[in-house]
Design a protein around this ligand. Structure first.
Ligand code: HSE
Length: 463
């Protein structure tokens, strides 16, 4: 009988029945994200319960510092300094891993899975580096590992890829997916700050990772890009394939020159599938200033996705922050409380494990790129003539050349050259040659010109 086979979702159960079985959550870590998760769950408790049909209660936290815990959580929460006691505790349904790191976090997450716990994590490094092992373990044990907070924190991009865009063959995913580096680039552009001063501001605002090198050298963005690519293309997490460049070598002067030429410099993550294979890149690039991603400033993130049916779609929101990440972590908890992720049939499978063994896409051959080249020279007239000759000898086409006046008699002038697309095998020796030209001061700068979709759908002036 049809009626006999129907099981009411928790959301349709009576409130009395629902209140008997809260989802019991154990929190590993009470830092920025952990404290934010506790705060938002507590503040919006009745609203979340009404929407979910079930209470979500943090019943246990594992911390290093007991004194800090008592300042954050209420007395109803059991506090322990033993994270293994938490992940194996029989009264915990879901383990939320927000402690960071990849060694202990991996061990704890695998232990939690082995004990049949659902897992929610915001730890992109953990999943980028050990996700294949973790998802396979979860699949074998019949539990979920949810990670909306790991990618572009407040933006529900994992859900968008798995659910909203599920009908599409995804052609590419691209975006600004590190809040700290975007904050730094924005401060360098709008305030003329140097890199170090802008990084200090980002750290003071609490956006940067514990080790900010991961933010500025592009690794954090590469972690997130590999999770996006795995979801978009149904492939094993391709972190090792991402070609990564950071923003440490950028100069505020280049922001100003680029702005004068109609561009903004952004750290982009790009995952693109083509006939030649999979292109996976994190690097700074000049974007036309009317490109939608060029308007993403401060610590904000944005992800663009091109589906064969949907066309270009854009997702925008906070890319870092305590409650911003908590918003995504709690969304995963609500899915679990509603039963999504618990029943095999309803579970949104992690990263394409539904189709059995995942197939890797081969790396695409190195694509040619147009470049922004900048030289500082005390003799810009001779330098320009010699630079043009060097480009011609290397067979590099020139789109345009732009001299910029020195700020004083004693300062060098700048020469900016925008090239036609070339391969890096041509670029590297060319840069060495340019560094030796007459009067050149310092190391020549080279930044890619973005080759992202620049059709009207990706621009502000959409007619
Ligand atoms: N440090 C990260 C960022 C935090 O700046 O994007 C969110 O992942």
């Amino acid at each position: 009988m049809f009626q006999e086979s129907v099981t009411l979702c928790p959301a349709h159960s009576s409130p009395e029945a629902a209140s008997e079985k809260p989802l019991r959550v154990g929190l590993l870590g009470l830092g920025t994200v952990g404290a934010g998760t506790y705060r938002v769950l507590t503040r919006n408790q009745s609203l979340i319960r009404a929407r979910t049909g079930r209470s979500i209660a943090i019943t246990m936290v594992a911390v290093r510092d007991l004194a800090r815990a008592s300042a954050v959580v209420g007395r109803e929460v059991t506090v322990t300094t033993d994270p293994f006691a938490l992940v194996t505790h029989p009264d915990i349904d879901v383990v939320v891993e927000v402690m960071g790191g990849t060694t202990l976090a991996r061990e704890l997450v695998l232990k939690a899975i082995a004990h049949g716990k659902q897992v929610v994590t915001a730890n992109k490094a953990l999943l980028a580096e050990h996700g294949t092992e973790i998802f396979a373990a979860a699949q074998a044990r019949g539990v979920s590992v949810a990670y909306e907070g790991a990618v572009a924190v407040s933006i529900p991009i994992i859900k968008a890829l798995r659910e909203g865009l599920v009908a599409n063959r995804i052609e590419w995913v691209a975006g600004i997916i590190n809040g700290t580096s975007n904050f730094i680039l924005t401060a360098m552009h709008s305030q003329g700050l140097g890199f170090a001063a802008a990084l200090q501001q980002a750290q003071a605002q609490g956006y940067a990772e514990a080790d900010p090198r991961l933010d500025v050298d592009g690794t954090d963005a590469a972690h997130k890009l590999s999770l996006l690519a795995a979801n978009a293309f149904g492939i094993p997490i391709p972190f090792a394939q991402v070609q990564t460049e950071g923003i440490e070598a950028l100069d505020a002067a280049d922001m100003a020159y680029a702005a004068h030429l109609g561009y903004r410099i952004k750290l982009l993550g790009i995952a693109r599938r083509s006939a030649g294979g999979l292109e996976l890149q994190v690097h700074p690039a000049l974007l036309p200033q009317d490109h939608l991603l060029a308007a993403v400033n401060g610590s904000m993130n944005a992800v663009m996705v091109k589906g064969d049916a949907s066309g270009v779609t854009l997702y925008y929101g906070a890319g870092a922050g305590s409650e911003q990440t908590a918003s995504a972590v709690i969304a995963d908890l609500v899915d679990l409380a509603r039963g999504i992720g618990l029943a095999q049939a309803l579970r949104v499978p992690p990263l394409g494990f539904q189709s059995g063994a995942l197939k890797e896409l081969p790396p695409a051959p190195d694509a040619a790129s147009a470049w922004y080249l900048r030289l500082h020279s005390m003799d810009v007239v001779r330098c320009t003539a010699a630079a043009l000759q060097a480009l011609a000898q290397a067979g590099v086409g020139l789109r345009s050349q732009h001299p910029f006046c020195p700020s004083s008699h004693h300062a060098p002038a700048a020469l900016v050259l925008l090239t036609e697309p070339i391969h890096t095998t041509v670029l590297r020796p060319l840069l060495q040659r340019l560094a030796q030209l007459p009067g050149v001061v310092g190391v020549p700068q080279a930044i890619r010109m973005s080759n992202l979709d620049s059709t009207p759908a990706a621009r502000w002036q959409h007619s």
